[in-house]
Design a protein around this ligand. Sequence first.
Ligand SMILES: [Zn+2]
Length: 343
Amino acid sequence: MLKEQVERLKRVEEEATEAFVEALSSRQLYEAKVKFLGKQGAFAELMKLMGRLSAEEKPQFGKEVNLSKQRLEGRYQEAELKLKKQEMEERLARESLDLTLPGPEPLGGARHPLSLVINEVVEILAKIGYSVRLGPQIEGDWFNFEALNIPPDHPSRDLQDTFYIDSNHVLRTHTSPVQIHTLLNEKPPLRVLAPGSVFRCDSDVSHSPNFHQIEGMLLDKKVSMADLKGTLAFFIKELFGSSLKVRFRPSFFPFTEPSAEFDCSCPICKGKGCRMCKNSGWVEIGGCGLINPKVLMHAGVDPKQWQGFAFGFGIERMAIIKYGVEDIRLFNENDIRFLRQFE
Ligand SMILES: [Zn+2]
């Protein structure tokens, strides 16, 4: 009986060895291992036949089985090593690496459209002697309002418009306080530009609680509205092209006297009428006027000796006209798809 079983064991071992040697992939090899050495494999079947052997034969047969298993285990590992090496070589041959290919292009940054507009405005007015001044965004009440001839009961001080830090400080509602800082700290004649962030409690398609203005101020002797108009006409022509006209409409601001709003003929349709100018042929740009003598006096400048003009406009408004952006909130969202368009 034992002899027969040992013969059977030999045949199984031979079959298993053959299967291991002939396996073409790690997967096939593993499947062969399961088939012969697995829990329900050929060796497990052989062990079930142990019951037919006598008490003396059992340990002998068990020993034969264990030796056979050990040999197969060794052959399995040998075959596995060989296949893994072969598979790695095949992979290396297949996946070639071209070291001359260029690397991934790094994402380049670009200037924000509002910065582009500020830079352009500053560049244009620098040609006629203007230079930049900056002021704090948290401003004393006196600088933001009082010095600019905006008394405590003025409607623009309304809590609904102004972000108050405390009873004496606000987030500046305009860039005009930079005029006061400059008048107090520097000696005329002066030609200054003050670009920067301003804040008001307001938010919809055309209003943002944080937007940007640029303020221009000139202080000199014998300054008139004609000088102001000439300056703005030069600026508009440089910014949008020579065919555009500038017009003044009478207006009121506490810090200028007389005051005007200035428009330019629509840069999109050149005055013929389009959506941007609501078919009027004109687009509103900003406000301007001769500096109110009261403002000069607040800053310790003698209005009999010095006069000046000031003008200001919204940077977002300018970018909307220049780039045709329809929602002012896009400027603050920093959506890369929006910003990429200005690269
Ligand atoms: Zn138009």
